[in-house]
Design a protein around this ligand. Sequence first.
Ligand code: ATP
Length: 235
Amino acid sequence: MLKLSGVHAHYGHIHALKGLDIEVEAGEIVTLIGANGAGKSTLMMSIFGNPRASAGRIVFDGEDITGLPTHAISHRGIALVPEGRRIFPRMTVLENLQMGAALADPGNFEADVARMVGLFPILGERKLQRAGTLSGGEQQMLAIARALMSRPKLLMLDEPSLGLAPLYIRKIFQIVRELNAEHGMTILLVEQNANHALKVAHRGYVLQHGQIVLAGSGAELLASPEVRAAYLEGG
Ligand code: ATP
């Protein structure tokens, strides 16, 4: 479904991605793990066209999307939930969902809201409440629901568990698993929480200084001594 070949990206003179090869098959959960500054967010952002890949190719659903503007990429069926959620705090929950729908086909708004309330019942209870008054975990659910309103084929989540209480962390990973297993959603997940992420992922990649240093199934990476030393045992 998604294939990156030799992708490089720069911020001015900073060479953030140094020739990455990554694949995500339809129906998979794939996770990217790595330390702060390894390039995980940049990788997701460059799939979304900002920063644009300075070399290499990004193919989605058989089409070369390298260099397309972000709105065109979003139209092809990729949605990104950015780090820090970026919901609209002064708008209600419902209005936030509307913003997600506005990015794609607004035709089926009512049905899509009902679908989201089915997935996240708390959002139904809080429909008319300002989003800024929700807890961190609820805001993360809203950010995911807003992204799903555009009916993406690929959902990219950047650090969805960041800053959440343990109860919500478990809940978010449960949602990731459920979206994939019960709704067939293909998911690319960036996480610092390597333990949780590798447990839900079919496959994973380890990024270090803008390069892939290790790849394998979630279970293989969980068992790998390098991963254990660097990311699971207080690393
Ligand atoms: P984190 O978990 O801290 O977000 P990350 O693995 O997602 O880490 P990136 O945010 O992708 O890492 O950063 C990769 C490199 O690019 C780092 O050296 C970072 O300082 C640099 N970088 C990221 N964003 C920018 C930006 N907007 N302008 C300049 N440099 C940036």
